[in-house]
Ligand binder design. Structure first.
Ligand code: ADP
Ligand code: MG
Length: 228
């Protein structure tokens, strides 16, 4: 019955999300329509036309991101549950954002407290998606550059992982709002990233929490059950 209640809760949330997503997608679509209409005028220069094309595309990309995030939440889709090693997943995720780290002037340090593999039951692609969402948030919190530290350790049958940044941090009130659909402090944020992370991690028996101080930085703590 508890499970049914949880499912009912989730369906309700999915329904609410679907309603707000329709609303959220209407904005970029309206923007795109506006730019297409402007482009249809004959008295505009090639330069301005180009600008409108780019703005229209940007809006479509943003609508697409919202839909992708929503689908990931509605159907976390962790289907191919197999043993995966947290350390391998971390080192496979880094190359995907390396260039972003370089242009953002961010140093990355990785430290593992144990030589043993850190095996969990999960899906490689989905775990990497979580890591990338979290790392992207760290990067976006450090517009002037900074440091990201990833640390893993083992405590009896628990795998502990932390991702720490030296970014703008959050107030206690902001921390409370994390993971709420559409909660974002960014001009072009979707506010769906952490909701997706939480839901994917849950499907892999992981738990996530945050420690943060404004202007000091943020530490994200993730806990997994280890399999042997
Ligand atoms: P988005 O990145 O699209 O805003 P998220 O769900 O990924 O959506 O994050 C929601 C909000 O949480 C962000 O807008 C930001 O305010 C805050 N946040 C998340 N991670 C961090 C971090 N590492 N440092 C500071 N703020 C963060
Ligand atoms: Mg994000």
């Amino acid at each position: 019955m508890k499970e049914e209640l949880i499912n009912a809760d989730k369906f309700q949330l999915i329904g609410q999300l679907a309603a707000s997503i329709s609303h959220e997608i209407r904005n970029p679509l309206t923007t795109t329509r506006g730019f297409l209409q402007l482009m249809a005028r004959d008295n505009i220069t090639a330069e301005i036309r180009n600008k409108f094309v780019n703005l229209a595309i940007e809006s479509i990309v943003s609508a697409n991101t919202i839909i992708t995030d929503y689908l990931n939440f509605a159907k976390p889709n962790v289907e191919k549950i197999v043993p995966i090693d947290i350390k391998t997943e971390i080192s496979n995720s880094i190359p995907l954002i390396n260039s972003l780290l370089t242009i953002s002037n961010i140093e990355m340090h990785i430290q593992h407290a144990t030589d043993q593999p850190l095996l969990i039951l999960g899906e490689s692609k989905k775990l990497q998606q979580c890591l990338l969402n979290l790392l992207k948030n760290c990067i976006e919190a450090m517009p002037g550059g900074g440091k990201i530290m990833i640390h893993t350790s083992l405590e009896s049958n628990l795998i502990l992982m932390s991702i720490e940044d030296t970014g703008e941090g959050m107030t206690p009130l902001q921390i409370k709002s994390l993971g709420l659909p559409f909660y974002t402090t960014k001009d072009n944020g979707t506010g769906l990233g952490l909701m997706v992370v939480t839901s994917l991690l849950k499907a892999m028996n992981g738990r996530i929490s945050f420690l943060s101080k404004p202007n000091k930085g943020t530490t994200c703590l993730i806990e997994f059950k280890r399999i042997s």
